[in-house]
Design a protein. Sequence first.
Length: 424
Amino acid sequence: MFGRKRKLDAFTCEIEAHLRLEVERLREQGLSEVEAQATARRSFGNLMHTEERFYESGRWLWWDHFWQDLRFGLRALLRERGVAALCVLILAVGIGASTALYTVWKSALVFPYDFEGNGRWVAVLAGFNRQQTRSWFLSVPEYNDLRRLGDIFESVSVMQHIMFNLTDNGHPESLDVTAVSADTIRNTGVSPILGRSFLPGEDAPGGPNVVLIGDSLWQRRYQRDPNILGHRIRMNDENYSVIGVMPPYFRFWGTELWVPLRLDYNERNRSHRAYWVTAMLKKGVTQKQADARLAVVAHHWEQKDGGQVPEYANLRLWTEDVMKYVTSSMKDAILVLLAAIAFLLVITCSNVTNILLARVSGRRREVAIRLALGGSRIRITGQFLTESVLLAVISGALGLLIARVSLPLIRHVVIDYVSTESRE
């Protein structure tokens, strides 16, 4: 199946040996050399047809035809470099743009969860019906009450947006900073590319001054120093030790710095709501079950503290999936872009089709000659399809390169947009 027992040359030599024996026999019967050779060949039949049958029986003919078409297609494209380059460029731009946008769309809207807490990371919201408002922010006493709901929550995190003045290693810079509890970064499912995340206890009052920095800040101010871990940076007239560097795409709450949030858990003011509370649902607990449990908590707050906290009247508490909420803010924009890219891809393919049809019409003489020489329509059609596949493969490779180069830029724009929306 995979190897020929006899080569074509050996088979031809065998046929010629038979012909020589037949010629000698005919000469012995009194025929001349010319007559003997003509009679022998006539009795044997079409020698070329026999060799072709032997050739076709000893290999995968479709594979042999494919390589012939491939070599001829490469020569044809090189002969018409201008047309080939134009088709490749048009297809590469269309494929690159489509691939980049599809990657963003799939990551954001189809598979938004890539970590262990798939669908379990939620934010806790409060609805103050008397004031006709809903709040993403809660107070410290409210956060303390939610931390005790071990029957529905595996962990409860808290964060706050603040401003720091960075004054080391260059000009002073005012930066947005996210202060988080120790398990907040871990709940996102993203690990630092260098170092570690926050440890339990580092967010306690009096804990060490440690900081996580973003990749863009690491590159902009510290030139991607590989020895950044343990480096002390100066913020708000205090020294902070760098414990890790987050990946380039990580812009949690739109900031480049994350520090431990040290709450005063003894605070009693329930109306001072400045903290965004998220939680990780316990395995097996659905959002519907969590919302039912929070409804009981809301009723308890209203009954117990409604006199001191007027906004607790008709209070509602519920959860929202963090990833779904963040991605929903850009869903319409991404779908519009996806439709535009699909339309661009259709236009791209139609333009290339027109160019190839014009190219084929200019090769009518070549097709006529090949048909006259015995070429089948299937073989000629296969030749043109092979040339189209060559263009598609080259364009696809270049398109993937364009997508790879453009994807970080698109991702940066989308992340900045989502980060701004999430802060608002």
